[in-house]
Design a protein around this ligand. Structure first.
Ligand code: MG
Ligand code: MG
Length: 249
C-alpha cells in the first residue's frame, strides 16, 4: 500500500532530509586521497547522532555501516572499511539515511577523488542529470514509470546503462515503503502520482554492463565487468505543483 503523507508529515520528512543533506556536505569536504571509508562512516554517524537522529542503515538487515560507501565498480551497499582508502582517480558513491522524529531521509551522491578520468566525470554528471530528467515527470497525474522511463532514456541516450537489480522506493516512517521506483521501463505504467506521495528516486548508472553480482559479504554489489558505476538519489514529495526535494539544505 502506498501511504499518502500529510503536510506535517512531509515537514518531518524534510527535517530528517536536512540532516542527510548536512551530512553529505560534511563528507563532501572530507573526501580526499588517503581517507578511509571507515573514517567517513564514523564522521557521518557522529554528525547524525549529534542531531538527535540515528543512521537509518546501521543494523538494517545486519548492515554494519552508518553509510554505504561504494568505490568505483561497486554500485551500491559498499561496507565502510579501514582497508578501503581513497586514492587519486577513484570515484566514491556515498548513500546516507537518517531517522529523525519518526521519519527517514535517504539520499546518495557520487564524488571524484582528486583527478578523475573524463569518462568518470561524464558518468557522474549523466547519473545526476538522469535524476533531474526523472524529476521532470514527478507531477500529479503522471504515472510512476514515466519517471523510470525518463531516467533510462537519458542515461542510455548518453551511452550508459541502467542498473536493474536495485530500485528506488517510497519513504516515510519506514526507510523502504511502497511503491518500488525502477530506473527503467516503458512510460505510462504503474500507479498514478498523487499529492502526498514521497519517494526516493535513485538512478544507479554504469559505464559498461548493467549486470551486477553481490560479493560474499552479502552486501557489496559490483558490476559484472568491473567497470565503474555511479549513484544519485534524493527523497522527494509529489505536490499539487512542483515536486519538492526533501533531502536538501
Ligand atoms: Mg539511499
Ligand atoms: Mg534509497
Amino acid at each position: 500500500m502506498i501511504t499518502i503523507k500529510s503536510k506535517s508529515q512531509i515537514q518531518k520528512l524534510k527535517d530528517a532530509g536536512k540532516i542527510v543533506a548536512e551530512t553529505h556536505q560534511l563528507l563532501k569536504e572530507a573526501i580526499k586521497e588517503g581517507i578511509s571509508t571507515y573514517e567517513l562512516d564514523k564522521m557521518a554517524e557522529k554528525y547524525i547522532r549529534s542531531c538527535n537522529a540515528t543512521p537509518s542503515f546501521k543494523g538494517y538487515g545486519g548492515f554494519t555501516g552508518s553509510i554505504c560507501a561504494s568505490l568505483n565498480s561497486v554500485v551500491v551497499h559498499g561496507i565502510p572499511s579501514k582497508e578501503t582508502i581513497l586514492k587519486n582517480g577513484d570515484i566514491i558513491s556515498i548513500d546516507i539515511g537518517a531517522y529523525y522524529n519518526g521519519y527517514h531521509g535517504d539520499s546518495a551522491k557520487t564524488h571524484g577523488v582528486g583527478n578523475i578520468s573524463v569518462k568518470d566525470e561524464e558518468l557522474i554528471a549523466v547519473t545526476r542529470q538522469s535524476f533531474y530528467e526523472g524529476l521532470k515527470k514527478a507531477y500529479v497525474g503522471n504515472r510512476l514509470s514515466d519517471i523510470s522511463n525518463a531516467v533510462q532514456s537519458y542515461a542510455e541516450r548518453n551511452g550508459f546503462s541502467v542498473i536493474r537489480d536495485y530500485v528506488g522506493h517510497g519513504v516515510g516512517e519506514k526507510l523502504h515503503e511502497e511503491p518500488q521506483v525502477p530506473n527503467y521501463g516503458k512510460p505510462g505504467r504503474g500507479p498514478r502520482l498523487q499529492e502526498g506521495m514521497v519517494i526516493a528516486v535513485e538512478p544507479m548508472i554504469a559505464t559498461g554492463t548493467w549486470k551486477v553480482k553481490v560479493l560474499s559479504d552479502g552486501w557489496t554489489a559490483i558490476t559484472l565487468d568491473n567497470k565503474n558505476a555511479a549513484h544519485y538519489e534524493h527523497t522527494l514529495a509529489i505536490t499539487s505543483g512542483e515536486p519538492e526535494l526533501l533531502t536538501i539544505l
